[in-house]
Design a protein around this ligand. Structure first.
Ligand code: GTP
Ligand code: MG
Length: 422
């Protein structure tokens, strides 16, 4: 009995050992075959198909068709080569996504908080005073003299003309100042300054409604703004800065890159938009129809329930009739989706009176509801504020005072006059 039990245990042990060994051997075989297959398959298979197809076809052809077949074989070789290039890409691509997600999501949350309108006004007022712009100060220095001679009054008028106030307005201001007792009769600098400040404020227009239509109560939503102007005045920059101003007010903004003249223009607008999380509707084709981009942008803004749509357009010379007609088309096509509430003419303050001719033609071609005066920081011609309003009968609504992202502010007549008198 005891011997039988021992024999039984020994047999059982042998069976168990045999099973364990069997399992180990099977696993080792599997491991050995799997990597070999995955490593080998991609390389030899394509090499064979690319290499074989050429010679086989060439051999079948006659002398005449040899050239064709060679070409074909080259093509057929290229074909599989492409396929094979794609094939191995698949298994190789598989492991990469695991590593890729780590670095990519990092840049996404970097959305900036733009400066509020109130605080930028104070900053911009100071900048205006420091710029090359204070023609008001030059006027004050003449007017504060004790006995004003005819030559002094001529200097006053010249200063106004040089600052681009315009001939008619300059003449009128000189007349007003000459008859003002505080200037002509008093020698108190404070009174002279007060009188000059008042007159300049009258000239700039203190009562005009300078709000953007999008900011008025009961404004359409989405409210549509189109930026127009000659080349390089600052349309795209202003569109970007304006988007920030709206974002600072908590508005949902969409932009349309209807400057399809060059892809860089849409890229430029996208860069502005990306900083504050504003989407940009654009075309990927250089030279696409700008009106169709405007149409798509207005459709998107409507669909998204945006508060404001800003459409940037290409710079154009006012004497190019076809380009001016294109602006009319952009407006009409946009209006198939949404009414256009605002057309902002972007004028470079440093161009002075030349800007006036442009302004008139743009006003006729597309209609203008407001002016943005850019580069006032580098201009001694701030008087253009006066002349452009007088000529067009539309107010200056915004001013650009630098290249910084928040260097755009609603135009404030008091701030402007104080800035140029400082
Ligand atoms: N100093 C100063 N520079 C400005 C101001 N606004 C715009 N610029 C600069 O003017 C240059 C032209 O600006 P853009 O916005 O590209 O002008 P644009 O009108 O869109 O130009 P096009 O699309 O080519 O017609 C850029 O270098 C801007 O930084 C401003 O208020 N002050
Ligand atoms: Mg532009």
């Amino acid at each position: 009995m005891d011997t039988n039990v021992i024999i039984g245990i020994v047999i059982a042990a042998i069976v168990v050992v045999a099973i364990v060994v069997g399992v180990i051997v099977a696993r080792t075989k599997k491991n050995a075959t799997a990597p070999a297959a995955s490593a080998e398959t991609p390389t030899p298979a394509p090499a064979a198909s690319a290499g074989e197809s050429g010679p086989v076809e060439a051999a079948a052809g006659t002398a005449e068709s040899a050239a064709e077949s060679t070409a074909e074989s080259a093509q057929s070789a290229a074909g599989p080569a492409e396929e094979t290039a794609a094939e191995p890409a698949a298994p190789e691509a598989a492991p990469t996504p695991e590593a890729a997600p780590t670095p990519e999501p990092a840049p996404a949350p970097a959305v900036e908080t733009p400066e509020s309108a109130g605080s930028r006004l104070t900053r911009l007022k100071a900048r205006l005073a420091k710029s090359a712009n204070p023609f008001g100060k030059a006027l004050f220095n003449i007017l504060a003299k004790d006995n004003l001679s005819e030559a002094d009054w001529e200097d006053v008028e010249d200063t106004l003309l040089l600052a681009d106030v315009g001939a008619e307005a300059s003449e009128k201001l000189v007349e007003d100042l000459r008859t003002d007792a505080r200037v002509a009769g008093s020698h108190d600098p404070a009174q002279v300054r007060a009188a000059l400040r008042e007159k300049l404020l009258d000239l700039v227009g203190r009562d005009a409604d300078r709000r953007l239509n999008a900011d008025k109560p009961g404004a359409a939503a989405p409210s549509v703004i189109i930026m127009v102007g000659v080349n390089g005045t600052g349309k795209t920059t202003t569109a970007g800065k304006l988007a920030r101003l709206f974002v600072a007010e908590g508005k949902h903004v969409v932009m349309g890159a209807a400057d399809t003249f060059r892809a860089a223009a849409a890229d430029q607008l996208e860069t502005w938009g990306a900083k504050v999380g504003v989407p940009v509707v654009r075309s990927d084709k250089d030279g696409a129809d700008p009106a169709s981009v405007a149409f798509e942008a207005s459709a998107r803004a409507k669909e998204d329930g945006a508060d404001v749509l800003i459409i940037d357009t290409a710079g154009r010379l006012q004497n190019k009739a076809n380009l001016m007609d294109e602006l009319g088309k952009i407006r009409r096509v946009t209006e198939k989706n949404l009414p256009v509430d605002e057309v902002l003419l972007v004028l470079d303050a440093t161009t002075g009176q030349n800007g006036m001719t442009q302004a008139k033609v743009f006003a006729e071609a597309i209609g203008i509801t407001g002016v943005v005066l850019t580069k006032l920081d580098g201009s001694a011609k701030g008087g253009i504020v006066v002349s452009v309003q007088k000529e067009l009968g539309v107010p200056v609504k915004l001013v650009g005072l630098g290249e910084g992202p928040d260097d755009l502010a609603p135009f404030d007549p008091e701030g402007f006059v104080d800035g140029i008198l400082a």
